[in-house]
Design a protein around this ligand. Structure first.
Ligand SMILES: [Ca+2]
Length: 131
């Protein structure tokens, strides 16, 4: 998988659907673009986050109710120096922050330059299973 792509697999377990919320912020001099795709047996839905600045929340969130499980969430991180030509970010990572049967929260983040603060785009994926 490319360095700028992160995937979260949401298994059904004891649940059949989930509420998924994706949000985040930028901590970067360069423009940031994060393309998030949620795919399951119903098809796929995509949301694109655009932003820039130091500690600036993205001006939108991606909320999906009753997503049939299993589902796959894919993050693709890109950056631009001029706001028009976007390139794959150098690196991306994910950390599980909460991992309970009914609630899972991940941070998913990227690095686009050489300072290695790994927060140029910093996203959260919050997954709440429906009973
Ligand atoms: Ca950086």
């Amino acid at each position: 998988m490319a360095n700028n792509v992160q995937t979260i697999q949401v298994d059904a377990g004891a649940y059949s659907t989930a509420h998924i919320l994706i949000s985040g912020s930028t901590h970067a001099a360069f423009h940031q673009r994060v393309i998030v795709n949620v795919e399951n047996s119903d098809g796929s839905q995509t949301h694109t986050f655009n932003g820039s600045g130091e500690g600036t929340p993205f001006g939108s969130s991606f909320t999906l109710d009753s997503v049939k499980l299993p589902a796959t969430i894919t993050f693709t991180f890109e950056y631009s120096q001029d706001g028009s030509n976007y390139y794959p970010s150098n690196r991306s990572e994910q950390d599980p922050m909460v991992n309970q049967p009914a609630i899972k929260v991940y941070s998913v983040f990227s690095e686009d330059s050489t300072d290695n603060d790994d927060n140029d785009s910093y996203m959260y994926a919050s997954i709440h299973m429906n009973q």
